[in-house]
Design a protein around this ligand. Structure first.
Ligand SMILES: Cc1cc2nc3c(=O)[nH]c(=O)nc-3n(C[C@H](O)[C@H](O)[C@H](O)COP(=O)(O)OP(=O)(O)OC[C@H]3O[C@@H](n4cnc5c(N)ncnc54)[C@H](O)[C@@H]3O)c2cc1C
Length: 414
């Protein structure tokens, strides 16, 4: 990577612009408490994320607290710094280069990563947005609770990144997307205004729209677009479960008709505000779980069958291709799960190669109910086993410990 950057003539100091150095110096004199890093090492490290792109920033800012973010935002609003470009960053696991910039990366994950409050009774948490998803679920486990939106990068993706990409993955059929679990957001807008957003009444909206800051402007514009373009939004927005990253104008009013700016902030990819804190809905950990490992001779067969398997009402289905599988097989972690992928032979004694898997998970609080669902699925699998385009074998893992090993294998492989 470094070689590539050097070949692109990105020399150690060559690209640093004076206005950025001035911006960083001014932050220092105005009492910025976090770290200010225009050095080459920090810039190179944060010039990549999980995408194919590389963009060398002018520097990296690591805010220590909300005041630091207010300072950054206010200063960037002053006329001599109007060309300064800022990009918030969490764990840097985005696959589209969303956190990359040739301006300043504002990395919220280094210092702003505290779980502020867990309310077991009312089932919510309040966190700083640099908190990592696995960190949160580890803290929630003793309370028998979990934050439901899931993704393979859960050991490094932050809540801020999840909110800004409206992340969802395994289990989304049942649990929905990150936005479905956001109760309130604390943000710093680009004029330095701090704001707590949650569903509001029309009277509150009317009052907020009178404000002459960015918050007032955001509410005015969002409300105007919704009122004027409602028919077009309804006609054009695709009706998808996953919806889309971007400004979700279709849901700016919730089911009860309340205006909720969080519909726009979630999925905004850091383009509207620094999200500093979030109050999130959390759920009880299901008491029982089972994972059916269904094996196929081709990835396409697994992919096609995943759609049919939805008829058996699982909590989640994850299709794994042979590339991921081969990576896992060559990793030390394979020993912990190999028992679920035994060698099998076909009708003429030939060894059957696994080239695709569907991981079909069931969860619930009633063991008998869960077993009944499993019985129905396995009866179906037995009846079609070996048919054209169908699976040739399956195994079942039961309990959080065993199932956890398989998900760890899957996550490690990607
Ligand atoms: C192997 C792999 C598997 C993945 N699986 C999934 C999946 O199943 N589902 C899924 O949804 N995604 C998935 N992703 C994508 C990625 O992990 C998610 O988008 C994740 O939520 C990003 O979190 P992050 O903390 O790494 O954010 P970053 O990549 O750092 O940032 C993502 C965006 O959020 C913005 N941002 C981050 N923090 C803040 C903040 N506090 N305030 C304002 N803006 C902010 C950034 O500017 C950027 O636009 C996967 C990625 C990889 C590499």
């Amino acid at each position: 990577m470094i070689k590539q950057l050097a070949e692109n003539n990105l020399t150690q100091t060559g690209t640093l612009k004076q206005e950025y150095l001035d911006f960083i110096d001014t932050l220092k004199t105005q009492g910025f408490k976090g770290d200010l890093n225009p050095d080459y090492a920090n810039r190179v490290v944060l010039s990549t994320d999980n995408s194919i792109y590389q963009i060398l920033p002018q520097g990296v800012l690591y805010p220590r607290n909300i005041d630091d973010l207010v300072l950054i935002a206010k200063l960037s609003n002053e006329s001599q710094f109007k060309d300064i470009v800022l990009s918030p960053r969490g764990g840097g696991t985005g696959t589209n280069g969303q956190s990359l910039t040739d301006g300043l990366v504002v990395d919220i994950s280094r210092h702003m990563n505290t779980i502020l409050e867990i309310n077991e009774e009312e089932r919510w948490v309040r966190v700083q947005t640099g908190v990592v998803k696995d960190q949160l679920n580890k803290a929630l486990k003793p309370y028998g609770l979990f934050f439901a939106p899931e993704l393979s990068t859960s050991n490094r993706a932050t809540i801020g990144g999840m909110i800004n990409t409206d992340a969802s993955g395994q289990g989304s059929v049942l649990y929905g997307k990150t936005r479905d679990h956001v109760l309130e957001l604390n943000s710093v807008f680009l004029d330095g205004t701090e704001w707590l957003s949650k569903p509001i009444s029309d009277d509150e909206l009317a009052q907020i729209k009178q404000r002459d800051d960015r918050v007032g402007e955001a509410h005015r514009i969002a409300d105007q677009i919704f009122n004027e373009q409602q028919a077009l939004i309804e006609a054009k927005f695709p009706k998808l479960n996953r919806c889309l990253t971007g400004y979700d104008l279709a849901h700016i009013r919730d089911d009860s008709g309340q205006f909720n700016l969080n519909s726009i902030l979630c999925g905004a990819e850091g383009s509207l505000a620094f999200i500093t804190e979030a109050k999130l809905n959390v759920l009880p950990i299901p008491k029982f779980s089972a994972l059916v490992n269904i094996q196929y001779g081709s990835f396409n067969d697994a992919l096609r069958d995943a759609k049919d398997l939805m008829d058996w009402n699982p909590t989640s289905i994850e299709t794994v291709d042979s590339k991921v599988l081969n990576l896992a097989m060559n990793d030390i972690i394979w020993d912990t799960v190999a028992t679920y992928y035994p060698k099998t032979t076909g009708p003429e004694g030939e060894e059957q190669q696994i080239a695709g898997i569907n991981l079909v998970e069931y969860t619930g609080d009633d063991e008998a109910e869960l077993d009944a669902k499993l019985t129905k699925l396995t009866a179906h699998l037995d009846s079609i086993s070996g048919s054209e385009g169908k699976s040739f074998a399956y195994t079942i893992a039961k309990g959080a410990g065993e199932i956890g090993k398989i998900w760890t294998m899957r996550k490690k492989a990607v």
